[in-house]
Write a protein of this length. Structure first.
Length: 375
């Protein structure tokens, strides 16, 4: 039978009969072990490591090794690594990297958590959207409330004890937008930045809904909820639509997904009162998309005054590891500020709510057809 402290997180069956989303099974296991480790797919992104969990990727069944990992964890314990001094750079490593030998080595954080630190997303209810190659939405919460119903977010440990982030991410969203620009939109010697700026100006002239064109921009499938079969789709296009319509439809698709994740976090954490979302990453340069995100989600979006947020967060953690800061939270607050504010257009709330509902329904219904095409 499962240990009692795992049952409290929703697992009530013998281990060989538990069928659950692979990522959620991992999150439940880790949370049940007092957050001894949190893994995000291919990378370790948390402050403790000492174990692994194994799954049958075909069925999503939790492996019997699940219990062995738990037993090993309880027997040998875990050790903290985040913001901790780990040693010095050796002479051999220094020669290889071109760095100075003897540099202090401080264990850091994954990009999403470092971004939260750099953006000063360090109070309960603070929320941030990283509009990057793999976009991510994170909200600081104070306890573990899994989204069993729709599985729209997981939980990541923060940089400080007891900090947790409800986290949602979109595989390859920024890559998809770059792909569109490179293959369909860039003109002649135009740079990627110039192409984005030109497209932004055109997209801003198109009304919500892209004049009847809808896209599912999940070219790599969705991670939350997990659906590897779903792929990119444009639907409803006709002779009226131009390149800017197709591009806006992609932006809208990601906006619907992010807004749905915000809805799910709000549903599970109504006490956090998330009304404002900070935005960072390359996508934050787009005023049109940032305003679209605000209108779709009906939240205020704030663009920050620096573009090296995650890098800066890693620097703060490193500096803390060698004792430069007495209060990292205060340092984070003092070194980043709001540059631009995007408030939602309340008149668009109804229209976008309808489109978001359509998007979520189509994404679910079209997945089997995408799978059939692949086979």
């Amino acid at each position: 039978m499962l240990p009692d402290h795992l049952r409290q997180y929703g697992l009530h069956a013998e281990i060989n009969t538990v069928y659950i989303d692979i990522h959620y099974a991992l999150e439940i296991f880790l949370a049940g072990c007092q957050r001894a480790a949190v893994f995000e797919y291919a990378g370790i992104v948390d402050q403790h490591i000492d174990t692994a969990v194994f799954f049958d990727n075909g069925s999503g069944r939790v492996s019997p090794l699940f219990l062995l990992c738990h037993i090993s964890l309880c027997k040998y314990g875990c050790y903290p690594i985040l913001r901790q001094f780990q040693g010095h750079l050796s002479k051999k490593a220094a020669e290889t990297t071109g760095l100075r030998s003897g540099i202090a080595l401080i264990s850091g954080a994954g990009d999403k958590i470092a971004g939260c630190v750099g953006a000063n997303v360090l109070k309960k209810g603070d929320m941030i959207f990283e509009a990057a190659s793999y976009a991510g939405l994170s909200c600081l919460v104070d306890d573990f409330r899994p989204d069993y119903e729709q599985r729209y977010f997981d939980i990541l440990d923060g940089a400080f004890p007891d900090d947790l982030y409800a986290h949602y991410y979109i595989p390859g969203s920024g890559i998809t937008l770059n792909w569109f620009m490179d293959h369909f939109a860039r003109k002649g010697e135009e740079s990627l930045g110039e192409a984005f700026a030109r497209m932004d100006a055109k997209v801003g002239q198109i009304p919500p809904g892209s004049e009847g064109l809808m896209a599912i921009g999940m070219m790599g499938g969705t991670a939350m909820p997990f659906d590897g079969a779903l792929k990119g789709v444009w639907m409803g296009f006709n002779w009226v639509h131009r390149e800017e319509h197709f591009y806006r439809a992609l932006q809208e698709s990601f906006s619907y997904a992010v807004s749905t994740a915000i809805d799910r976090i709000n549903a599970k954490y109504p006490d956090c009162g998330q009304d404002t979302v900070k935005i960072i990453g390359g996508g934050a340069r787009s005023r049109v998309w940032t305003q679209m995100l605000a209108d779709v989600s009906q939240k205020t979006f704030e663009r920050l005054d620096r573009e090296d947020i995650a890098l800066w967060g890693a620097c703060l953690l490193a500096a803390d590891g060698i004792g430069l800061f007495g209060d990292v939270r205060k340092a984070a607050e003092e070194h980043v500020h709001v540059k631009e504010v995007y408030r939602p257009n309340r008149e668009l709330a109804g229209r976008y709510a309808e489109l978001k509902e359509q998007y979520n329904r189509y994404a679910k219904e079209l997945s089997p057809y995408c799978k059939a095409l692949k086979s």
